[in-house]
Design a binder for this molecule. Sequence first.
Ligand SMILES: *Cc1c(COP(=O)(O)O)cnc(C)c1O
Length: 372
Amino acid sequence: MLAVAEPCLGPEEKEALVAVIDSGWITMGEKVAQFEQAFASLHGAEDSVAVGSCTAALHLILLGLELGPGDEVLVPAMTFVATANSVLYVGAKPVFVDIESSDVPLMSLQDAEAKCTPRTKAIILVHYAGYLPDRAKWQAFAAKRGLLIVEDAAHAAGLTEAGTFGVAAAFSFYGNKNMTTAEGGAIIANEPALRDRIRRARGHGLTSGTFQRHGKAMLGYDVTMLGYNYRIDELRAALGLVQMKNLLAWNEHRRELTTHYRKLLAQRAQDVVVPFSAPRTSACHIMPIVLPRQCDRVAVISALKTAGVQTTIHYPPTHLFSFYQEVFPDVRLPETEDFAARELTLPLHPRMQEPHVDLVTRALADALSRGR
Ligand SMILES: *Cc1c(COP(=O)(O)O)cnc(C)c1O
């Protein structure tokens, strides 16, 4: 079965894990510090904060920005549920914004304008599938309204532009992302005071960590805020350091596979929409396509499965989940709902080669012609 996503793990990762175990120090220490520095410099940033997940990263950013009850945050619904959840964690209200179109399934600037109220404080931009929104346009919009821009850059690790849109960006190292530490995440926040608040909140609000106290024989610490345990550990930081060495090459390979997909889909599946038809900076995290309106998606998924090709859906929109329906029953996002009903994600990961793309597009063309 050709998987939609697959982590690339090898002997170097194994060795790195063994070395941490042999070192005797497994919780947050030097490896985490090294990883934070390396991840930051890969993105042209001064520093980064490594955490247990991207979800924790988003939560810490919104806490650090002191968003809370009474505040509204513009979010897309065409994303993983963690984006909107992080807004609820701090007691603020997520306000769902529609996507531009099936071709550009990123948050619509026009709908964002329409959804602004005097309570709107921030926007979370999601780099869906790894494709970056138009930075200049969003910055102009945010400046005009006095809004903070936060990036959910879970799909965009390795792009130097990620982390430069606004006040902070959250990255994910979950197993299916462009690089992985199994579970993990990082924050790029360029303002030192914000970064310090985030770093302190990551570890219970303590003024020093176990590693610093161990090194300096310090006895005490103070707690200056309500913090969390959102730490990462040395094992995962060591994995991240190895993964990062390959990240840019893997992203390039993803781009080449995506280009090949676009070429073969144009030949073999003309009635399929391949989003992002115009060139746009991308980490090519996933390969979304949009099936024709009359097409039976369940039948296509099962035909592809029979042909040995796994597919998924990115995403069932957040506002349609039972929990969100209960809390926000009246949200209507026509473009998002239409896209979500027809979207299909094809396999894309660095272990694939062009013949795999050939196989997938042939299987898809067969499935579509049978459904016609
Ligand atoms: C994966 C993902 C997250 C959550 O990442 P975790 O590291 O699993 O917490 C958040 N947002 C988006 C868009 C994602 O794809």
